[in-house]
Design a protein around this ligand. Structure first.
Ligand code: SF4
Length: 439
C-alpha cells in the first residue's frame, strides 16, 4: 500500500517586530508526531527561518526579515512592516520541487498573523491543486468566522478542540483509517513532537500541563483549554532523556500554569530533573505564578536548571490586580522574589512582566510598576497588551479601541497599540520601554 504523504507548513508572518523568543510551532509538530505514529509520511517546511549567526547562548535568535509595503488596513501606522521568515519565492520553489502531498497542514498562530498563513495556503493551493489543505491553530480557534472566510482556499478550517473532525479529514484525504487518534489534552500518550523534522533543534519546548485554574481577564488560556490537564512526571523526564540523547541541552517550559498545585506536579518533576546525571538549561518565557514560589520551589528551580525566572506581575495597582483575576498581589510577589534570591538568583536573573497598554490605563501606572520592580532589584519586562477575542477585557472594550479590533484580527497586534489614548500615547510607551531598560 502506498504511504500517504503529509506536508506540514509553519507559515512566514508579517509584523512590525518579531524575534524568536523560544518560539516553536509546537501544536503542528505534535500533529506531525501523531500522523507519523499512524504510519503516514510527514515532511515539514518551517518558514520561520532564523539567522543562526545571531543566535544567543540561551537559544533565542533573530528571524530572517525583509521590509514590505503596508496593506491599506495598516497604512496609517508609522512603523516599518516586515515579513519575518522565508520569502514566498523560496517557499514556492520548495513546493514545486516536491511530489504533490495527499494532505497539506498549515498552522495559523497569533490572530494578527493570519495574512501570512493565508498567502501560504493560497500558494500551496496553486502549486498543488489536488492536495487537501487543512488550517488549524490559535487564529481559527479564536476567530472562527473570520478564519473560515479568509481561508476559502483550504478544504478544512479547524479549531483546537475539533480533533475528531480533523482525524476524519485525514482519513478521507488519505483513504486510510487512523488507528491512533488521541485528543490533545491526553498529554501522556501523545508521541513526542516531530522536532527531528526541523533543520536544527536549538531548544525543545516542553508541555507538562495544559490550561490554568485562574481566569485573568486579558488571557485566553481558559477559553483555549477549559479544563486543566497534567502530564505525568515520567513522561516529561522520558522526553528530556529522548532529546538529550539527540544533543539537545536547552528546554523551554511552555505551560501557562506550571507551578499550580506544585506539590503534585512541578515539585516532583523538578526533583527528578535535578537528579538527572547531566545538567540542562531551562527557560520559562510564559511567566511563573509568584503565588506558588516558596523556598522549596525556588531551590528546585535553581537545582533543575532554570537559568532565569520570569514572573507575571502585570501591575502594582491593587485594584487592577484584583479586577483582572487576582493571581498576584504585591506581598505575594515580594515573597516570591525573596525566596528566589535566597535560592541564589542574582541580578538580571529574575524578570517581572508588566502589562502596558490596557484599555484606559495611564502610563504613570506602568512607570510605578517599573520603579517598584527595580527597587526589588528585579528586571522589568514590558509586556504590551494584546486584545484577544473571548477574553473578558476584549469583550468589554472591543468597541473602544482606536482600531476595529473585533472586525479584523490584524488590528489585534500589540505593536500598533490599539488602546493608545491621551493618557497613554505611543510616545509614552516608547519612553517606558527605554525607562525599563535604564540602570
Ligand atoms: S494565571 Fe496566567 S495563564 Fe492563568 S489565566 Fe492568568 S495570565 Fe492566563
Amino acid at each position: 500500500m502506498r504511504v500517504s504523504r503529509v506536508l506540514a507548513i509553519n507559515p512566514y508572518i508579517y509584523d512590525f517586530a518579531a524575534y524568536n523568543f523560544w518560539s516553536s510551532p509546537l501544536g503542528l509538530l505534535y500533529i506531525a508526531g501523531i500522523l507519523r505514529h499512524n504510519g503516514l509520511h510527514v515532511d515539514l517546511i518551517d518558514c520561520m527561518s532564523v539567522r543562526e549567526d545571531g543566535r544567543k547562548p540561551d537559544g533565542r535568535a533573530p528571524f530572517v526579515k525583509q521590509s514590505v509595503p503596508k496593506p491599506n488596513t495598516l497604512k496609517g501606522v508609522r512603523k516599518t512592516l516586515r515579513r519575518y521568515g522565508m520569502p514566498p519565492e523560496d517557499l514556492r520553489t520548495l513546493l514545486e520541487t516536491m511530489d504533490p502531498p495527499d494532505i497539506i497542514l498549515v498552522t495559523s498562530i497569533m490572530t494578527y498573523w493570519y495574512v501570512g498563513a493565508m498567502e501560504v495556503v493560497n500558494l500551496a493551493r496553486e502549486v498543488h491543486p489536488r492536495s487537501k489543505i487543512a488550517v488549524g491553530g490559535i487564529y481559527p480557534t479564536l476567530c472562527r468566522e473570520q478564519a473560515s472566510v479568509g481561508f476559502a482556499a483550504a478544504d478544512l478550517v479547524v479549531s483546537s478542540g475539533e480533533m475528531a473532525r480533523f482525524y476524519g479529514f485525514i482519513e478521507a484525504g488519505t483513504g486510510r483509517n487512523l488507528a491512533f487518534t488521541p485528543f490533545m489534552d491526553n498529554l501522556d500518550i501523545l508521541p513526542y513532537p516531530a522536532h527531528d523534522l526541523c533543520r536544527e533543534i536549538p531548544f525543545v519546548p516542553l508541555l507538562t500541563s495544559l490550561g490554568c485554574a485562574f481566569r485573568c481577564t486579558y488571557c485566553a488560556t481558559s477559553y483555549m483549554y477549559p479544563a486543566m490537564a497534567r502530564r505525568g512526571v515520567d513522561s516529561v523526564v522520558d522526553e528530556i532523556l529522548h532529546w538529550h540523547d539527540r544533543d539537545v541541552r536547552r528546554f523551554v517550559i511552555y505551560d501557562d500554569s506550571f507551578l499550580y498545585g506544585s506539590s503534585h506536579h512541578a515539585k516532583p518533576l523538578l526533583r527528578r530533573i535535578a537528579s538527572l546525571p547531566f545538567p540542562v538549561d531551562i527557560y520559562n518565557p510564559n511567566a511563573l505564578n509568584a503565588a506558588f514560589i516558596d523556598d522549596e520551589t525556588a531551590a528546585l528551580l535553581v537545582r533543575s536548571g532554570f537559568r532565569e525566572v520570569r514572573i507575571g506581575l502585570e501591575s502594582v495597582d491593587p485594584d487592577r490586580q484584583a479586577r483582572t483575576g487576582g493571581k498576584v498581589t504585591g506581598a505575594v510577589f515580594e515573597r516570591a522574589v525573596a525566596a528566589l534570591k535566597r535560592a541564589g538568583y542574582g541580578r538580571g536573573e529574575i524578570r517581572a512582566y508588566i502589562l502596558a497598554g490596557l484599555p484606559r490605563q495611564s502610563w504613570q501606572e506602568v512607570r510605578e510598576a517599573i520603579d517598584y520592580v527595580k527597587a526589588l532589584d528585579v528586571t522589568p519586562s514590558i509586556a504590551e497588551y494584546t486584545p484577544i477575542p473571548h477574553t473578558a477585557l476584549f469583550e468589554r472594550y472591543k468597541d473602544s479601541a482606536r482600531f476595529p479590533v473585533a472586525d479584523d484580527a490584524i488590528y489585534q497586534n500589540n505593536a500598533i497599540f490599539p488602546y493608545a489614548w491621551e493618557g497613554f500615547t505611543e510616545e509614552d510607551l516608547n519612553y517606558l520601554k527605554r525607562y525599563a531598560k535604564e540602570g
